[in-house]
Write a protein of this length. Structure first.
Length: 495
């Protein structure tokens, strides 16, 4: 305990001495929320936190480090060692950046992960801006631009963290082993694009692999991920890889004017044209697609935005139990203090923030007044069953009826959300406040796939695809109001 206190005091002294050279900032935040607004069942209704950052820029290089400490209790076993079991520590936006004037950029560290387009419904990378270890090289020359980004997902996961590997006696139909669930995973995102004045057109590519945290082939070869995947997995060759991979591709186009912005984006996880090209086929693999469209317009009364998006059922999922779903974590829930805690979808998804089997529409408004800058949004969502980590939800495999499924559940979650935020700067200090209020009908709940739900084969053995090892989200009969309010401030100590 003493060594941690000594370290903190020493660091504070060093930061004070470095004030003339570094941009040092700190901030506080406090949140109050209803049970229905909490991201997990274990989160506190009232909680606070502290954020601090250090920044320095030298020519084309940037050095930055940011940290956050809070007592939200999203996952109750989180603890900042040596200080308190009720505090959790997170490193955020920390690393090195290089951006030259001739169109070359390099990034290495833990940063917020964002898409190429500016939208709350971006498809390849969630607009939530989740933090992840990453390394990126970007090039832009003339009309051509290219980005190559590695994202570290899972590395040496702790044993017993996920339900699959714990308490198997509770799941008589569970047959999975730790080997599959705890494999390292990584992701490489590539974008090839052309810029014609204010118009951009791009091809996006994602390759998620298992068994490795960093795959040099996927990152270093400037070719689409599906070509890298086929070359690596070609059978009968000395270098053939046993790694399971998930390749996604798509396109985007956007146009930026001084007073407006518009974009369109399409993601293809899997597409099947058999019903058109081969109607005699017995089983049609599901179409796994997502699309997003929107834009914003500046007017005298503020900036208005309109966005719509959706994803079909099964999009972003793996097709078997290798846990190569397009998610930051391999499972839908974790074991924390002997409780099964569901991971929020906005924290789990690498891609579209609302996940599969969803339709969403959002209207936004922003206006800067003399007293504050106001941001607001009104969103309506329809969501069916979602299963990021359990292939085919609670069924075994797929049938012809699954060729195109989207919001065909008997019951759907309906959610209406209004968000408001305001901020104002006073010299070195900025204060802000945020509020959320809404109503949800047939709220999604984490549901365990039990033996009674699973199909069996001719011998009465439970089939592995629906073995109940990972819970999934399903609309319930619960409807409720929800709300939250947050206030905070940040202050720059730089002279």
């Amino acid at each position: 305990m003493k060594k941690h206190i000594f370290f903190v005091v020493a660091m504070l002294c060093l930061l004070i001495l470095a004030l003339p050279a570094l941009d040092i900032r700190g901030g506080l935040l406090f949140t109050a929320q209803t049970d229905a607004a909490k991201p997990t069942t274990t989160s506190r209704s009232l909680w606070g936190g502290f954020v601090g950052s250090v920044y320095q820029k030298l020519g084309d290089f940037e050095f930055l480090w940011s940290a956050r400490v809070d007592n939200e209790g999203k996952y109750p076993q989180e603890a900042l060692a040596g200080l308190s079991g009720t505090l959790s520590y997170y490193a955020e936006d920390s690393g090195l950046r290089y951006n030259s004037h001739d169109g070359i950029g390099i990034t290495l560290g833990k940063f917020a992960n964002y898409d190429m387009i500016d939208s709350p419904y971006s498809l390849f990378v969630s607009s939530a801006g989740n933090q992840a270890m990453m390394g990126e090289i970007s090039l832009e020359r003339g009309t051509f631009f290219y980005t190559d980004r590695w994202v570290g997902l899972n590395h040496n996961l702790q044993s017993g963290l996920y339900y699959t590997a714990s308490d198997k006696d509770l799941w008589p139909c569970s047959t999975k082993t730790q080997e599959n669930l705890y494999r390292d995973r990584g992701l490489v995102l590539k974008t090839f694009g052309l810029r014609f004045g204010r118009l951009r057109i791009g091809y996006q590519d994602a390759l998620l692999y298992t068994g490795q945290y960093f795959n040099i082939d996927a990152f270093a070869i400037p070719a689409p991920g599906w070509l890298v995947q086929y070359a690596a997995s070609a059978a009968g060759r000395p270098w053939t890889s046993a790694s399971d991979m998930n390749s996604l591709m798509g396109f985007f186009a956007d146009y930026t004017e001084d007073s407006w912005y518009v974009y369109g984006q399409v993601l293809v996880d899997d597409v099947n044209l058999d019903p058109i090209l081969d109607p005699s086929a017995q089983n049609y693999a599901p179409n796994k697609l997502a699309a997003s469209l929107g834009g914003r317009l500046d007017t005298k009364v503020g900036t208005f935005g309109l966005y719509i998006a959706g994803a079909t059922r099964y999009t972003f999922e793996s097709v078997r139990n290798e846990f190569y779903s397009y998610t930051y974590y391999p499972g839908s829930a974790v074991i924390s203090e002997d409780a099964l805690v569901g991971i929020p979808m906005e924290d789990l998804m690498i891609g579209y923030i609302n996940g599969e089997n969803n339709f969403a529409a959002m209207l936004t408004w922003k206006k800067t007044f003399p007293i504050a800058t106001i941001n607001s949004s009104l969103e309506f969502k329809l969501t069916g069953a979602q299963s990021p980590a359990n292939p085919w939800h609670d069924q075994v495999g797929f049938t012809s009826a699954d060729w195109f499924r989207w919001l065909d559940d008997p019951v759907l979650e309906k959610k209406l959300t209004l968000k408001l935020s305001a901020s104002r700067s006073f010299g070195r200090m900025t204060v802000w406040a945020k509020a959320t209020v809404g109503y949800v009908w047939n709220r999604l709940e984490l549901t365990s796939v039990t033996a009674a739900d699973s199909d069996t084969d001719s011998n009465g053995e439970y089939l592995t695809e629906a073995d109940g090892s990972e819970p999934y989200w399903r609309p319930s009969d619960q409807s409720t109001w929800f709300g939250a309010i947050s206030v905070g401030l940040k202050y720059s100590f730089t002279p």
